[in-house]
Design a protein around this ligand. Structure first.
Ligand code: PBG
Length: 323
């Protein structure tokens, strides 16, 4: 008690503050999400996500090379195909945009750990994450397509696959399909607790994946639910998930913290597009210091318990951390 106890003693200068700091962010924590499209020399900035681009494979490889040089160990690929249909067939085309991008990255920057987002919404003309009949998003028939997509990514050289569709049973379906094809060592990072969130708005512009009718509330989680997140995560681990993810991150720090205390696998958190865009917009208006707010947000996600952070800030944050 005061005056014996004076917590300010350990805040006197930067050296002691650094010595007692509890949470240390490093570029090793980051997974950098990138959007790949058809064509050559394409580098189109996403208007709602300044500093993020839709890129053709040539420019994507340069972007990945830069990320690697900054110490970012991993990227996660999102594909924007030219052709979309009801079954999302480009998703599991061995010559699809993501499959070619994986091969190009592995050729040019083999040490980069390449993850892929496994989902149909970027590839379906209706923009939903599953196949549709009578206005319903069908669960079980979608599983086979997701499994084919995951195998196709693994075949192209992906290091890890990350299903983001929120169909029940997809982790098991993907694990089995990978094992059947001999990819027993390819891990699955499941978007386990993924909420139906308005924070995905800018991503849907970036990935051209806005649902053409309805919304995703019949498969993604209700933002009001906390206990259900534990159920989702436990089911995915039983099905074989190697890493589980909470998404979004910033409004869901309580969920990250709960999950970190409950499970014994690494926990990832997705600092999603809307969280990124809000920082960029406020910084452009000079309403906040963008760099400081970015580092504070990333630190808070790690402090809450995330072992890995998917973030569009990966390169700029790595630059600051490298000094
Ligand atoms: C695809 C997917 C989405 C995101 C990642 N994978 C969008 C969605 O579910 O609508 C969102 C990423 C972001 O907002 O940064 N299923």
């Amino acid at each position: 008690m005061f005056p014996i106890n004076r917590p300010r003693r350990l805040r006197q200068n930067e050296v002691i503050r650094r010595m007692v700091r509890e949470t240390i962010l490093t570029p090793d924590d980051f997974i950098y999400p990138v959007f790949v499209c058809e064509g050559a020399e394409v580098r189109k900035e996403i208007s709602s996500m300044p500093g993020s681009y839709q890129e053709s494979i040539d420019n994507l490889v340069e972007n990945v090379r830069e990320a690697h040089a900054l110490g970012v160990p991993s990227v996660i690929l999102f594909g924007i195909p030219d052709h979309k249909d009801a079954q999302g067939s480009e998703a599991y085309n061995d010559d699809g945009i993501v499959q070619r991008a994986i091969r190009a990255i592995k050729d040019a920057v083999p040490e980069m750990y390449v993850m892929t987002d496994v989902c149909l919404c970027e590839y379906t003309d209706h923009g939903h994450c599953g196949i549709i009949s009578d206005g319903q998003i069908l669960n079980d028939p979608t599983l086979e397509l997701l499994a084919r997509e995951a195998v196709s990514h693994a075949k192209a050289g992906a290091d890890l696959v990350a299903p983001s569709d929120m169909m029940d049973g997809r982790v098991e379906a993907i694990r089995e399909a990978l094992d059947d094809e001999g990819y027993t060592d390819i891990p699955v990072m499941s978007y386990a607790a993924k909420y139906a969130s308005a924070f995905y708005g800018p991503f849907r512009e970036a990935a051209e994946s806005t649902p053409q009718f309805g919304d995703r509330r019949s498969y993604q989680m209700d933002p009001a639910n906390r206990i259900e997140a534990i159920k989702e995560v436990e089911l995915d681990i039983m099905e074989g998930a190697d890493i589980v993810m909470v998404k979004p991150a910033l409004s869901y720090l309580d969920i990250i913290s709960d999950i970190r205390e409950t499970v014994d696998v690494p926990v990832a958190a997705y600092n999603v597009s809307g969280e990124y865009s809000m920082v960029k917009a406020a910084a452009q208006l000079d309403w906040v210091d963008g760099d400081r707010v970015m580092m504070e947000i990333l630190t808070s996600i790690k402090r809450a318990g995330a072992d890995l952070i998917l973030t569009y800030h990966a390169k700029e944050a790595a630059k600051l951390l490298n000094g």
